[in-house]
Design a protein around this ligand. Sequence first.
Ligand code: AMP
Length: 206
Amino acid sequence: MTRLITYMHAYTQWPGAYCDTKHHSCCYPKTGKPTAEFSIHGLWPNHKDGSWPSNCNPDSVFDRLEISDLMGSLQKNWPSLSCPSSNGFRFWSHEWEKHGTCSESELNQHDYFATALKLKEKVNLLKILKNAEIEPDDGFYSLDSIVKAIEAVTSHAPGMECNKDSAGNSQLYQVYLCVDTSGSEIIECPILPRGRCDSSVQFPKF
Ligand code: AMP
């Protein structure tokens, strides 16, 4: 029996943390260094217990023609930072095939990408944090203050993920909001794992 998708994680990431980790190098997209903004990682369908399905439909291959109208926006808001430098298609194709195909009954390929872009536009994380005087200046901020600043605007606590730089500092890496299966409403996350963040985290420059 196919298990029901009950909500999704709208994953964004801070490129400064993706690039400043000991685990991998980063390469800017062929279009150049992305703007210093949170960027989209993906929209990930979830089961209620926090587990998630993947690669749900091998027949639904990524088709770049279906999202040609979104190309400019995808390049700006959903840049690929893995190496070697790319034009993003590999990353988008990976996200569609691994995650997007699991919510295909609600969102077709075009809607999957358009919905993630719309959410990013609706919630400007960098602005929210800057308004709370939390800036990407290599400074350390309490995890609690970051969560509270986002929660004050979205009404729901975000999921937080950190990584470690080569000096072992815990850095603000990914933030996810939980959204309903249509991707239009932010909802309370049924489960919020702590995500390997120290109580004080660095917000690296980019
Ligand atoms: P996922 O497979 O969607 O669960 O995400 C994890 C994979 O996405 C890993 O292989 C990461 O290295 C990759 N990844 C995360 N962020 C980016 C990015 N900005 N550009 C390219 N690949 C990424």
